[in-house]
Every structure is written in structure tokens, then in C-alpha cells.
Design a protein around this ligand. Structure first.
Ligand SMILES: Nc1ncnc2c1ncn2[C@@H]1O[C@H](COP(=O)(O)OP(=O)(O)O)[C@@H](O)[C@H]1O
Ligand SMILES: [Mg+2]
Length: 461
């Protein structure tokens, strides 16, 4: 069943009033929601203020004709397909139209079924692009280039907007290649702060990292022949992105904590503290709780930095986004290198079923490799690496919580159970993590049938 909100919208541009009226009627009867207008300027207005899925336009109109309108739409709304209605017999015209980017054309007079088919096809072919554009539009410029339409990604995108303006540190967590860098940059863009300074905590030798971060004074150690600004200072007024914070040496962790707590730092070899105004975004693929337990990460720093935290789900948990990544990749390929490739549904479905341990980075790497070797214009199943093909055949599409239709209660129970697992059943810690009073949390545990002492999932009755 289609409900009102999901009906696709056709923008009909036709100067002949009778014809416009009739066409609007029949399209409406087909289940489309129809916006009709009599000229190009009105059509452009409508495109800016309403959500349009496909445009059907007459070519011969007084003033700005349909051809010019087509050009404008291609430039401003590249994702919206345009179907032109041409006068009978003007075939040259039609070829030109296709070249100008029309999705299709119908020659007047036409049978309505011909137009219906053209609309259906244009809508199907443009679905991915339209969905992406729509998401981008309602979610703001800072998300430019970020792909994702699953509920978990949409909620991540909302999270980005929410944490962006807080001065508190944020931790972005997720497996390698899930997009921690791109999310950190999006948070930064949304914050409107000054420079974005990335530093990989795992890549700098331990004996250098303090001076890299906090700077040093001339003569602080052998070789320090002049004062050096640290990255904190470089990032002043902006964001310091501490990538792989889980790799930060234990010896340095208290110093970082002090800077976060006091907003002041002291360069190596320096006597005076200096104030810094730096927003910290940290990222890690490590299980920080486990690192805390193992004594490799200080608990006080952990609690301090993870007040705000965003988790990026692995790609296999958002398989429905995979075709979007593929579509975007092929589009970029066409735009930047002029290479036109399509992908078969079988190949797409194999890509969507694979588990992607290296997540988005791995997917993009595989696509890059595949397009290098494919001769024809279509990527098919046979063109994919063996491991992906083999996997694709046997694995059903992963399900998200939303797909499984969990109720909120079930979802909350699963969530609590996950938190308990992460805190090794420590109820006090779990309550802190969830940010709810301990009493409330204990009551909830009882309600959900978690055993009172052995607070572990699976021990319920
Ligand atoms: N949601 C996304 N939308 C678009 N590109 C993405 C997305 N997530 C990841 N990527 C791309 O995947 C690659 C790996 O992302 P990156 O942020 O470096 O991962 P991580 O830092 O988690 O290892 C990059 O090329 C990045 O642009
Ligand atoms: Mg990274």
C-alpha cells in the first residue's frame, strides 16, 4: 500500500491548459502526486520549494522553452530526471534532447501508457541519486559527500549535528575503514571552528609525541635548537583530531587529560602554562573498555573523552547502503575520468552480501580494482574477486534492528545487554555509561529479567 507521503511527485510543465489539465488527471489516477505549471520559471520555482521526483515538460512553450528548462534542471538538480514531450516527427530534436540530458522523450500525440512507462523507468533509474540528494538536502552541507540512508546512519548524521557545537571532546568509534575520518571532519565542519588538525597517535614514536602535541622550548632536549609550536597550538581556535587515541602511550595520557580539564598546556621544557582553545575529536577502532580493563588506557581519561561518543556501524550492518556507495563510485568515475560503467544487479547483490572486514575503505578499493580490469561497460558477477563472489552466494542480507522490527522495549533490552557485556556485567559502570540514575537502571534490569547479581545477558528467566 502506498500512503500519501510516499507518493512520487511529477512536475508537469505544459502551456496548453486543456492538455495540462487532462494529463494531470491521468497521472493522478496512476497514483502520482502531480504539481502542474504553465511555464519554465514557475517550474524552477516549484523545484526549489517542493520535493519533485520527475519532471515532464513540453518543449514548445512561450518564453523559456523546455530545452532551456532541461539545461537548468540538469545543472541545479542533476538527480531529477526530465522527460520531454516533443512535437511529432522532430527526431533530430529528440537526439539533441538525449544529449542534453533528458531521461527520455515522448512524441506528441502519444498514448498515455507510453508516458507512464517512460516515467516509471526514469524513476527507477534515478532512485539512488534522488535518495542521496534528498538526504543531503535535509541534513545540511556539513554532511556533503557522506553516504548513508539506513536508520543507524541517519541517526549518526543527526548525532553529528548534535555534538558539533559542544565544546566537550567527542570520541568516534568504529572498525577500520567505516568512516571515522570523514565523520570527524563532518563534525568539525558543522562546528564552524577554525583549523582542522589531524594527528595519528599510533604513527608518532613515543619519545616524540609529547613535543609534537604540546610543543617544546629551545634547549628542552638535545636537538631542540629553537622553540617549536605543538599541534595543540596549531589547532588553536579549531579542532585537534586525535586519530587512534587508543594507541596514545600511557605516559602521555595524564598530560592530555590535564589539558582537557584545565584548557592549559605546558610545552616540553617550558615553565609557564599557556591557554589553548582546542576542540578535541578522538577516534579509535579499539575496544577502549577492554583497553581500560587491561590497563592500557587510563580510566579517568576514558570517562573524560567519551562523554560524547558516536559509533559508526560496520558496513555489513548497513548493507542496503552498499548499492549507494557503488552508484556514487561509478558516478564519480564517469565525472572525473570520463569512464562509463554500469553494474549488473547480480554483482550489486554479491557486493551487498559480502561481510567487508575493511568496511567502506575495502569496498572502494575493490571497486577501483574491478573497474581497472573490466573491459566492457558492465561489471558483472564474474568481474568481482573470488572471495566476494563465493561469499555473496551463501550469505543472506544482514538485518538491521529496524528490518527485524524490534519493538522499542526489545531494542532497549538488547542495548542494555550489550552495555552489560561491555562493562563485564558491572552494573554501576553500565548505569554511568547509559547516563541514567543507578536506581532507575536497576529497576529496568529487574523489569527486563536480568538476574540481579549475575548481571549478564542470557541469565534471565
Ligand atoms: N559514509 C560515507 N560516505 C562516503 N564515503 C565514506 C563514508 N564512510 C567512509 N567513506 C570513505 O571510505 C574511506 C575510509 O574512510 P575513513 O574515514 O578513512 O575510515 P576510518 O577512519 O574509519 O578508517 C574513505 O575514502 C572515505 O572517504
Ligand atoms: Mg582513519
Amino acid at each position: 500500500m502506498t500512503n500519501q507521503a510516499e507518493r512520487e511527485t511529477v512536475l508537469l510543465v505544459e502551456d496548453d491548459e486543456t492538455f495540462r489539465y487532462v494529463l494531470a488527471e491521468v497521472l493522478g489516477a496512476q497514483g502520482y502526486s502531480v504539481s502542474a505549471c504553465s511555464d519554465s520559471p514557475r517550474a524552477l520555482e516549484a523545484l526549489q520549494h517542493t520535493s519533485i521526483d520527475v519532471v515532464v515538460t513540453d518543449l514548445e512553450m512561450p518564453g523559456m522553452g523546455g530545452g532551456a528548462l532541461l539545461g537548468q534542471i540538469r545543472a541545479a538538480f542533476p538527480e531529477i530526471p526530465v522527460i520531454a514531450m516533443t512535437a511529432f516527427g522532430s527526431i533530430e530534436n529528440a537526439v539533441e534532447l538525449t544529449r542534453a540530458g533528458a531521461a527520455n522523450y515522448v512524441a506528441k500525440p502519444f498514448r498515455t501508457q507510453v508516458l507512464f512507462d517512460a516515467i516509471r523507468r526514469a524513476l527507477d533509474e534515478s532512485r539512488t541519486a534522488r535518495e542521496q540528494a534528498q538526504l543531503r538536502r535535509w541534513s545540511g552541507a556539513h554532511l556533503e559527500g557522506l553516504i548513508g540512508t539506513t536508520p543507524s546512519m541517519v541517526s549518526l548524521f543527526k548525532g553529528i549535528g548534535r555534538v558539533a557545537h559542544s565544546p566537550a571532546p567527542v570520541v568516534v568509534r568504529g572498525e577500520t575503514g567505516v568512516g571515522k575520518d570523514v565523520v570527524a571532519r563532518a563534525i568539525h565542519r558543522a562546528s564552524g571552528r577554525g583549523p582542522f588538525v589531524p594527528v595519528n597517535c599510533g604513527a608518532i614514536p613515543e619519545h616524540l609525541i609529547e613535543s609534537e602535541l604540546f610543543g617544546h622550548k629551545k634547549g628542552a632536549f638535545t636537538g631542540a635548537d629553537r622553540d617549536k609550536r605543538g599541534l595543540f597550538e596549531v589547532a588553536s581556535g579549531g579542532t585537534l583530531f586525535l586519530d587512534e587515541i587508543g594507541e596514545l602511550p600511557l605516559s602521555l595520557q595524564p598530560k592530555l587529560l590535564r589539558v582537557i580539564e584545565t584548557g592549559e598546556l605546558r610545552p616540553v621544557g617550558g615553565i609557564e602554562s599557556q591557554r589553548v582553545d582546542v576542540r578535541i575529536i578522538a577516534a579509535t577502532h579499539r575496544d577502549l573498555e577492554a583497553a581500560v580493563q587491561a590497563g592500557a588506557f587510563r580510566e579517568d581519561l576514558y570517562w573524560r573523552i567519551q562523554v560524547l561518543h558516536l559509533r559508526i556501524p560496520p558496513l555489513r550492518e548497513r548493507a542496503t547502503d552498499i548499492p549507494l556507495f557503488v552508484g556514487d563510485f561509478l558516478e564519480c568515475l564517469a565525472r572525473s575520468r570520463g569512464v562509463q560503467k554500469r553494474i549488473s544487479p547480480r554483482a550489486t547483490s554479491a557486493l551487498a552480501s559480502y561481510t567487508w572486514p575493511g568496511n567502506v575503505r575495502q569496498l572502494l578499493g575493490v571497486l577501483e580494482q574491478v573497474v581497472t580490469f573490466v573491459d566492457g561497460s558492465e561489471i558483472d558477477l564474474e568481474d568481482l574477486p573470488e572471495s566476494i563472489r563465493a561469499h555473496g552466494a551463501e550469505r543472506p542480507l544482514p538485518q538491521t534492528a529496524a528490518d527485524r522490527c524490534l519493538t522499542l522495549v526489545e531494542l532497549e533490552r538488547e542495548y542494555i545487554s550489550e552495555i552489560l557485556r561491555r562493562t563485564s556485567g558491572n552494573r554501576k559502570r553500565a548505569a554511568e555509561w547509559l547516563g541514567i540514575p543507578r536506581r532507575t537502571f536497576y529497576r529496568r534490569l529487574e523489569e527486563y529479567g536480568f538476574a540481579p547479581e549475575l548481571c549478564h545477558p542470557g541469565t534471565s528467566g
